[in-house]
Design a protein around this ligand. Sequence first.
Ligand code: ADP
Length: 627
Amino acid sequence: MANLSLKHIYKVYPNGTKAVNDFNMQIEDKEFIVFVGPSGCGKSTTLRMIAGLEEISAGELKIGDVVVNGLEPKDRDIAMVFQNYALYPHMTIYDNIAFGLQMRKMPKEEIDKRVREAAEVLGITDYLKKKPKEMSGGQRQRVALGRAIVREPKVMLLDEPLSNLDAKLRTQMRSEIVKLHKKLQTTFIYVTHDQVEAMTMGTRIVVMKDGFIKQTDTPKNLYKYPANKFVAGFIGTPQMNFFEGTLLKIQDKIRIDFANTDASLTVPYSALTKIIPQYFDGKRKVTIGFRSEDISLDPVKVKNCDTVLKVKISHTEELGTETLVYGDINMEGDGFADNGTRVIIKSGGFKEYQFGQTIDAAFDVNAIHLFDSDTEESILPRVPEYNYLNCKVSGRKLLTLGGEFDLPAAISCDDGDYQLLLPVGALTDGESSATVMSCEKVSNKYLLLLKTKGQRLFALSDNAQKEGQINFGIDFKQISIVKEGKEVVSPLPLENSLDATFVMEKVAEQGNSKRKKNAYSFVVEGKKFACPEEVSAKMFAAFSGRKVFNTEFSCEFSPYDLLVEEEGMTATVLDVLDFGREKFAKCMLNGKVVYVCTDKMLCGEIKLLPNLNKVSVIEKERQIRII
Ligand code: ADP
């Protein structure tokens, strides 16, 4: 039993292939995690790095509290089950399962106990005396599982263990493995390219593509809230219907125009408030997504629905419990080719449709998905990044959300009308009041929908809030004020990036000047600072040999982690930005602008001490995050 922590894990093969990029994940004890994605996306490489079969190019891997980057596979307390289970043909099933334990010289009685227990769990007790050739594929895969179970590992790793089995057996083994996970109460990590396997087995799923994580979430959330078109299309059968189109805001309504047809849907703006307003210009191309079950041909639903489109039916696929109806929202389309207007609709039971017939279909806009056509990222995310508000600046006051806020001295902006980008995380305590309309738990935060003076506002909170009144204020250092697409006021940068190298020197041990020991430091912008032991351990974990000493890094510090002290890097104060509750000194350091949190009105030359306990380190050449 163990939790795992994967921080900024990379794999770069010697031929330069970046198979895994910046893989970050916390896996809790007893979770069933599935890595899923098309062939070549990096899922096996990630699993093999966890197993210790593949060296980690950069990043930190912890099993429990131990950094295991440098540990041999046998010392990691993991067991792995592969697609090719390679049993020893000349040995009995008993010996096949016991083999690993015998090699470890475990006492015979203990081996016997473990083998029999595992056989019992897997339902193969009657086969223990038989040879592998006398067993079916499914039974052999159980033996392979048995070999892993008897090791009583902290983590079970399974790499496509079912892909050699036929469809029926695969379904059966799927539920057996889920049952096994429940019984063993061990952390499982399972690799598959099959989204159905992922959805039915995982407590959480990591969807990967081209070496990157595209999204990590529970099966339900991946299905309901895909963060990008790739995940939307990968999860669910039949695949989500995608259409190209544009969005146009007309007063308090949004018109969704579908490309290559004159079809359009008009929905209230309140259904799409999470979208960035720039998409409402009727020009920017968006991809519209509807799952086949969110479109209905049921006449009652159609009658009660405001968002109805005509569909020309081309053919159907009868699946028994449901019928897939194929059609086109372009009356000239043929419904066979996936040409951007074809639509697949899930309809219950056996239904008779006339091919070529035009029929009304109700589109459930509460279940709509929208993506940027170029980036393919969702523009209707579960947690929006910003609130897009209109505002007015007048006499050092910001007028927005039906109220007045005093502008802090740090913000200078001419009077006039603007757009305000207020991040959902930029609401703090304050004197304005709002009503909590809803509170939704998203990972470890709460997304609040607030209403203030008739306007809706999203806010991210660490705590759950009951419906009712709350008070709020604005954290002005996070806001942007925009005029005609140009940022007039920008948010305060929260990262300062400085050049650094990592060095070693011999120093005398305390109390014994004759004995020397190694001491490690970072030279940041030409000044040397002792490196905390935990940080140097991470640096060594990411590099083998002396390479760590010959590499250029960027060290990133937040404005709270550059401390004004007696000694340190010399910087010149250019300005002090007063945000009311907090002040930040804008300084020049070796030709770079850095921001430092301070409670004083600093001026002239100051010394900055970086807090290396909070550093983020990036290897410059490969653009790899080490810490
Ligand atoms: P998946 O398990 O998702 O199918 P892999 O993790 O096996 O993908 O591979 C990820 C990428 O790394 C692929 O592009 C693959 O070609 C490449 N790759 C895998 N092993 C090696 C290797 N030993 N040397 C070079 N490239 C490799």
